[in-house]
Design a protein around this ligand. Sequence first.
Ligand SMILES: Cc1cc2nc3c(=O)[nH]c(=O)nc-3n(C[C@H](O)[C@H](O)[C@H](O)COP(=O)(O)OP(=O)(O)OC[C@H]3O[C@@H](n4cnc5c(N)ncnc54)[C@H](O)[C@@H]3O)c2cc1C
Length: 390
Amino acid sequence: MDFALSDTERAIRDTARDFITREVMPLEQELLRRERAHRPGLEPDELRELQLKARAFGFWGLATPEAYGGMDLPAVTQSLIWTELGRSYVPFRFGGEADNILFRANEEQQREFLIPTIEGERRSCFAITEPGAGSDAANIRFSARRDGDDWVLNGEKTFITGGNEADFAIVIAVTDREKGARNGGATAFLVDRAMGWRSEFIQTMGEGGPAALVFDDVRVPHRNILGEPGQGFALAMEWIGKGRYTIPSHAVGIAERALRMAIDYATTRQTFGRPIGDNQAIQWMIADSETELEAARWLILRAAWTVDQGMDPRHASSMAKLYGAGMVNRVVDRVLQIHGGMGYTRELPVERWYRQVRLYRIFEGTDEMQRLIIARDLLRGYTRLGGHLA
Ligand SMILES: Cc1cc2nc3c(=O)[nH]c(=O)nc-3n(C[C@H](O)[C@H](O)[C@H](O)COP(=O)(O)OP(=O)(O)OC[C@H]3O[C@@H](n4cnc5c(N)ncnc54)[C@H](O)[C@@H]3O)c2cc1C
């Protein structure tokens, strides 16, 4: 068994780290200043400029096939890079990406939606959640009714990341209520904002915010169906599946950076005439955090490795998402505690992480949904105890 990174994995990881350290981290203090003034921490044109700089560095389209100008990196390497991205709280991500399911688009749709998204000229959002259907996604009610060569879309989607800024939405709608969403009754549509949907900003405890998307008799041509009619639910699950190892990979980067801050603080902050790190109470918080971080790291890399082996990654990914999301919440909470009152202020990024990572236990499948999947896999015998080593 070899736990080492290959030379290539290490080289790519280190180059990403260099870029983030040199180009992204210097923006951190300004980001906190802007957010304290209730302004966006990073403007879209600043993000774009950074992404183009990274492109010159060779980082463009981590998951995008080479035929589309991307790097087409294995999942393990992508996971390592998402961890590097997590080290900075500037919401930077590499450019040249598109939603994984947009690659299912036909040639005409690729020209209209996929290529401009990869190039950063158009922005997408993905919408399945509704006010009445989140975890229970198969219960969506948002409808699409056929009318000649068009479909007429009605309903509301909620909590849609990027929905305020998107030029078009990938929307999952019910096209056959009899069949039900899970059994071929849902379809994915590519819907330009110009076709008539509107978005409403939703305030959250995090910086920025998702949107509600409102569709009121929005006419969409039949040619805007993504994939096949009836394939919507399967495409949605494919979209969600990707985040199950990238989200916790990001969490590992956050937890590492936060824990580093806590260790530095524990060795310099003095109470009762000695550093707080001399106290067992503080040492245990550091020890528990490091142990959980290490456990999460391997669980996540194993999930990514499973993707690269062409094995079904769902069980491993659910464990990675569940544990990684919980881990980063516990670590950031301890890091805040170690910083005392300073941790609670907006001078430091700790309270920002605290607000940010709470979401990781909710979106793209809550903790409870991950547990449900893991237990169901075992109870129904889809997965053996011991995983691929069994
Ligand atoms: C900031 C943000 C961004 C998001 N981005 C997107 C996006 O881009 N696109 C998109 O489509 N959606 C998005 N979502 C939606 C997100 O995926 C849902 O919020 C999530 O799936 C949970 O659904 P819900 O909020 O309706 O909670 P519910 O499904 O109502 O669940 C409420 C609680 O009950 C628990 N629960 C539900 N059923 C069970 C059960 N059977 N057993 C045990 N516990 C259960 C849940 O785990 C949760 O704790 C986003 C959400 C947020 C907050």
